[in-house]
Ligand binder design. Structure first.
Ligand SMILES: Cc1cc2nc3c(=O)[nH]c(=O)nc-3n(C[C@H](O)[C@H](O)[C@H](O)COP(=O)(O)O)c2cc1C
Length: 180
């Protein structure tokens, strides 16, 4: 099974990247993990959404297409999804209802420095997914609050409870993909 990780933050030491890496480390041996690179995707312009699709967008779309499931870990920016992530998703969302996201199993994680853990961004992202006919893993929200205190110096989740919760999330996501 191929899982594509998408981090909503471009920050080098992003907590969401650390969360994704922890999730990847908890996948079983039958699963391969790859991290998507959307850092060079330009601003969406429908004029370019044709045979001259930017190379970075082509690569992002191919990676989604090749994956059995997409695991997104995102921060919350101003109560919503970071603009850069939304922009990348918009590119991948065409052609409408027939895009690489249509029918693609997706799971959402979030990490934030606030006590709310990015839950508002998650809610908005679920709504965006609905617009692309993308099934979202039905599970209680995994929102990592106070992320600045959650990882050790090696980027590992410090607390057993968070690790166990993430393990269960990852296992159940993979089972859900198989059943899909
Ligand atoms: C532009 C901007 C807006 C932010 N807005 C929110 C917000 O609405 N809610 C929240 O919980 N944290 C907010 N934060 C703080 C983020 O939780 C924090 O920067 C976090 O580390 C970002 O995730 P990352 O470490 O994966 O980059 C915001 C940060 C930035 C830079």
């Amino acid at each position: 099974m191929r899982i594509l990780g998408v981090c909503g933050s471009l920050r080098k030491d992003a907590f969401n990247l650390q969360l994704l890496r922890n999730a990847a480390g908890l996948l079983d041996d039958n699963a391969a993990f790859e991290l998507a690179d959307w850092s060079n995707i330009p601003l969406y312009n429908q004029d370019d959404d044709n045979d001259n699709l930017p190379v970075s967008v082509q690569a992002f779309k191919r990676a989604i297409e090749a994956a059995d499931g997409v695991l997104i870990a995102t921060p919350e920016y101003n109560y919503s999804v970071p603009g850069g992530l939304k922009n990348a998703i918009d590119w991948a969302s065409r052609p409408a209802y027939q895009s690489v996201f249509a029918g693609k199993p997706v799971a959402i994680l979030s990490a934030s420095m606030s006590p709310t853990g990015g839950c508002r961004a998650q809610a908005h992202l679920r709504n965006i997914m609905a617009g692309m006919l993308t099934p979202v893993f039905p599970a209680p929200d995994f929102c990592l609050a106070s992320a600045q205190q959650a990882f050790d110096e090696h980027g590992q989740l410090k607390h057993d409870q968070s690790r166990r919760k993430l393990q269960r999330f990852v296992n159940d996501f993979c089972d859900w993909i198989k059943a899909h």
